[in-house]
Design a protein around this ligand. Structure first.
Ligand code: MLT
Length: 259
């Protein structure tokens, strides 16, 4: 039996980030769950509304409650950037739910004070503007690698369009939640299930040093670099990411599947 695979998207995007991956995992016989994180895509802020104190704790709880509703006890959590922060928060909340962990283009370190201030400033700006156009202009150059920028203008336009569609309130909430996140190295060090650290070798947002730092903390981890991809590996080279995921998942297939 195979554990379920949960794909957690990056900021400020939504579950469409995984469009190029989902079918290949399903064809390889995996049950795949692809939520929109709180504030993005088709998600809602929940009963308490957007005034909830922003935190990754709430995002992680949302994901676990989706998985609960599906009757799944433990799953392989695959998180890209923000999705990785949420996956590490799930690990912190309840390691028994994690059958394996894929950390793609993410980092375990908390923000510096300067990075936190920058996030809070961007959150205020996006809410004041009432749209995410300036955010898209600022982020797209770094989200995608040089190879994609040079050779695949349609991917650049696709990602810009996704960011333009993001809800400013959701973007601001997520920025504030990410600013408050703790360091996760100790959580990774205490993990007893296999991990994959996956990284686009043109990723300038979460550089190689952050990947090495996660690898240093993890006991049972493999590292895969995706050549010619930037921060959004799952979009820039879906075939390479699918193949790395399927290889990794084959190793955790023997773990018990909760029902
Ligand atoms: C992401 O891609 O999710 C973001 O780069 C995460 C962040 O802002 O730290």
């Amino acid at each position: 039996m195979s554990p379920t695979v949960v794909l957690l998207h990056a900021f400020p995007l939504d579950k469409r980030l995984w469009d190029g991956i989902v079918d290949s995992l399903a064809e390889a016989d995996w049950d795949v769950v692809v939520p929109d994180l709180r504030g993005f895509g088709g998600s809602s802020f929940g009963d308490e509304g957007p005034d909830d104190e922003p935190s990754l704790t709430l995002m992680a709880r949302d994901v676990l409650s989706i998985v609960d509703r599906l009757g799944v006890n433990s799953a392989v959590f695959v998180g890209l950037s923000l999705g990785g922060y949420v996956a590490m928060e799930i690990l912190r909340q309840d390691p028994s739910r994690v059958a394996g962990l894929v950390l793609a283009d993410t980092k375990a370190s908390a923000d510096s004070d300067e990075a936190k201030d920058n996030r809070l400033r961007i959150a205020d700006q996006v809410v004041a503007a009432g749209n995410t156009e300036a955010l898209a202009r600022a982020m797209v150059p770094n989200l995608l690698g040089a190879t994609t920028h040079t050779g695949r203008p349609e991917v650049v336009a696709l990602v810009r369009g996704w960011i333009n569609e993001a809800d400013p309130a959701g973007v601001a909430w997520a920025q504030r939640a990410m600013a408050a996140r703790p360091d996760s190295h100790d959580d990774l060090a205490s993990m007893t299930v296999p991990a994959l650290v996956l990284w686009g070798d043109e990723d300038v947002i979460t550089p190689r040093a952050e990947q090495d730092s996660m690898m240093g903390a993890l006991r049972d981890a493999r590292f895969v670099a995706v050549p010619g991809a930037g921060h959004l590996t799952a979009v820039e080279d879906a075939a390479a990411v699918s193949s790395a995921l399927i290889d990794f998942l084959a190793d955790v297939r023997h773990l018990p599947r909760a029902t």
